[in-house]
Design a protein around this ligand. Structure first.
Ligand code: KG4
Ligand code: ZN
Length: 352
């Protein structure tokens, strides 16, 4: 195997609504700058065209800040890693074009990174790191996947959501409740004060040997519960806080969160038992969820497996995980051709 020494790697992430750049030096993250686009909040979801424009405006200052925070000049970079999918086409193209230009200008290698694979390897940024093989539950705004990572850079997709992603369910339910966007962190915060047994929302487990997920049922159940209780006004806008009493709101959030976490933990536990894994990692925006972290840790203590959870800044979209996986690939000689295009629906099994 060709071993290449790459000291400084720049990681760039622009797949959705975070413009982020990070610098890694020999396996250690030196800076991780994340600019979250607030422009989408007023629309209750991401507006692709606005995301592309914001990335264009932010990419140069964010990369400059990442270099400055790492204390290096751009000519010191040894490689550039960038997300090329999955994500929004226009948003991906901003980061990809920028990374190609940097690599071409500095005559250094560049590598296209699969965003979901990078989420998995966010668990390798800090110590302790998982031992191989390990199981990874990736829970983000666009994906929910259970992956078996057999050895470095090799994995097998065990199951994924058949409809909505976990984060998407959080965001949609938050919208129904008139809460802001993104909904995950808001529901998580409110749920802490509420009664998780207030409403018994349905849990969808599919068949006994399935590692797939389905979250559209719970989303619809919340909607019908609100409608049945005259608490949902879709026209002109969903329920606003104040129309639902505060106590009711926190109880609905707690009940919804309890059902979501039950489904995620049950599938993970099933895979742990069947595959007899001793190391489990979680990744993606929803891995920031307090109840999911707590419940999985309890499950780990009972079932004697080690649980790995990335630091909060590496759960949601960030350049550090792109730099991390980029470095792991570049150092074993894997790089991309300058003809690499953005792939909005890139699957986890694709390689550049
Ligand atoms: O990984 P990520 O930043 O972007 C994608 O790749 O999609 O994930 C964003 C998702 C959003 O749906 C957001 O609501 C959710 O992660 N999220 C959370 C929490 N923090 C972020 N969901 C539940 N609890 C949280 N604390
Ligand atoms: Zn993500």
């Amino acid at each position: 195997m060709l071993i290449v020494i790459v000291m400084y790697v720049l990681g760039i992430e622009t797949s959705c609504d975070e413009t982020s750049a990070a610098v890694l030096n020999d396996g250690k993250i030196k800076s991780n700058i994340i600019s979250s686009q607030l422009v989408h909040q007023q629309y209750g979801g991401i507006v692709p065209e606005l995301a592309s424009r914001a990335h264009q405006r932010l990419i140069v200052p964010v990369v400059d800040e990442a270099l400055q925070a790492a204390g290096i000049k751009k000519h010191q970079l040894g490689g550039v890693a960038v997300t090329y999918g999955p994500g929004l086409m226009g948003a991906l193209l901003v980061g990809l074009s920028f990374a190609k230009a940097v690599a071409y200008g500095l005559k250094i290698p560049f590598i296209g990174i699969n965003h979901m694979e990078a989420h998995m390897y966010s668990n390798f940024i800090d110590d302790p790191k998982p031992d191989y093989p390990f199981l990874c539950l990736i829970v983000s705004g666009g994906h929910t996947q259970l992956v078996y990572v057999t050895e470095p850079l090799h994995h097998q997709l065990l199951g994924e959501t058949l409809d909505d992603a976990a984060g998407e369910a959080y965001d949609k339910v938050a919208k129904m409740l008139g809460l802001g966007f993104p909904g995950g962190p808001i529901i998580d915060k409110l749920a802490k004060e509420g009664n998780p047994n207030f409403i018994k929302f349905p849990r969808t487990y599919l068949n006994a040997d399935s590692y797939d997920f389905s979250f559209s049922g719970i989303k619809t159940s919340v909607l019908y519960w609100l409608k049945d209780n005259n608490l949902y006004y879709s026209n002109p806008i969903p329920t606003m806080p104040g129309q639902i009493s505060n106590q009711l709101l926190i109880d609905i959030c707690a009940s919804f969160q309890a059902a979501m976490v039950d489904m995620l933990v049950e599938k993970t536990q099933r895979a742990v038992k069947n595959l007899k894994v001793k190391n489990v990692a979680i990744a993606g925006g929803v891995s920031a969820n307090s109840e999911l972290r707590l419940r999985l840790q309890t499950c780990a203590d009972i079932n004697s497996f080690r649980l790995f959870i990335p630091d909060f800044q590496y759960c949601t979209d960030n350049g550090a995980m792109i730099a991390q996986l980029g470095w792991m690939k570049l150092k074993v000689g894997i790089k991309s051709d300058s003809s690499l295009n953005a792939v909005p629906n890139l699957s986890l099994s694709s390689h550049p």
